[in-house]
Design a protein around this ligand. Structure first.
Ligand code: ADP
Ligand code: MG
Length: 151
């Protein structure tokens, strides 16, 4: 289940489709964004935040690990695990308490145990000048979402 993204605009369009396919208040959802440096994880996260109504800047959570966004009716937690070496650090981060909102997690492969808590995995890979996004359902509702995005 994958789609080709020819340019950055296509990545942004995917974010808009993702927003439309999610519930209006995706509280308790977890989406994992994987792929190497420059694959477009932050681009997708930023475009999803915009599609959900966020208007300001979207700073990288690389150093803060979590950037929370209060949007109408929902908190979105933009997480970047790039600097997380030990999954134990997630406990210190209070990661499990972020389940009141939508968790959008870059470099999720740093914490393999997140797979069990997640709904959808989006893998971004370089393909020619563009990127390929591959979807993996990790829960029942996430699988339905993956199918909607691949159609
Ligand atoms: N589908 C695409 N095709 C080509 N370039 C893209 C695409 N999507 C995003 N980009 C570009 O690739 C880079 C992705 O950077 P970023 O989103 O920070 O990646 P990551 O967070 O995965 O390290 C940006 O320069 C962006 O303009
Ligand atoms: Mg990034």
């Amino acid at each position: 289940m994958s789609v080709f993204l020819a340019d950055e605009a296509a990545t942004a369009a995917l974010a808009e489709r993702l927003q439309a396919a999610l519930p209006e208040r995706p509280a308790g959802w977890t989406i994992l964004l994987n792929g190497e440096l420059g694959a477009g994880k932050s681009t997708l996260a930023r475009a999803l935040l915009r599609a959900m109504g966020h208007e300001g800047a979207v700073p990288s959570p690389t150093y803060t690990l979590v950037e929370p966004y209060q949007l109408s009716g929902i908190t979105v937690y933009h997480v970047d695990l790039y600097r997380v070496a030990d999954p134990e650090e997630l406990r210190y981060l209070g990661f499990n308490e972020l389940d009141d909102g939508l968790r959008l997690i870059e470099w999720a492969e740093r914490a393999p145990e997140l797979q069990d808590q997640a709904d959808l995995g989006i893998q971004l890979d370089y393909e020619g000048e563009g990127r390929r996004a591959s979807f993996k359902g990790l829960s029942e509702r996430g699988t339905a979402l993956a199918e909607a995005l691949s159609a």
